[in-house]
Structures are given as C-alpha cells and as structure tokens.
Design a protein around this ligand. Sequence first.
Ligand code: FES
Length: 100
Amino acid sequence: MHTAINLSSSISVYLEENESLCDAFDRAGEVLPHGCLAGSCGVCLIDVKQGSELLKAPRTIELDTLNAIKKEKPELTNHHIRLACKAKQIHPGEIHFEKI
Ligand code: FES
C-alpha cells in the first residue's frame, strides 16, 4: 500500500501508481500549495520526515531546484526535501512529510 501523511494537516492519502504527492492530495480534496507543477518554482517544497527511500529518485529538473533551494537555505541541507509536484512513491509503505 502506498500512503502519504501530511503532518502539517494530519491528512493521509493513498497514492496511485505514478501519481505525484500534489496530485494525490488534490484528488483527496486537500490542495498542497503549488505553482508551476513542473519542478522549477519550488513552491511545493516539502520535508520528508519518514519514508524518503520509498520515493522515486528525483530527476534533473527537481534536483536542480532542490540544489538551488539548499544553496539559498543551507539550514535545509540535512533535510530530505522534495518537490511534492514531482515526488512519486514507488515502494509500498508510509511517507510522512511536512510542508515547508
Ligand atoms: S509546483 Fe513548482 S516546483 Fe512544484
């Protein structure tokens, strides 16, 4: 089972195959703050507190954005930050995250 919990709102959703966290929460009626939905603006930034290893590895556009954010906010360097519009769960389990 693929599940994600937004610790900021205590809402949990089931993720369908190849569905981003943004899309899954939108489907469940909780719109996560977002902008471009393309991995470049960083508005959908989240801090994955548990289960980051269950997510598909970030691709180049997400990595570039995450690196730019970490450069701007070095305090996030040791956090498992991801972009909710690009993060997709590929392994079963539970992901816990907070909106930054
Ligand atoms: S909405 Fe712009 S990076 Fe996710």
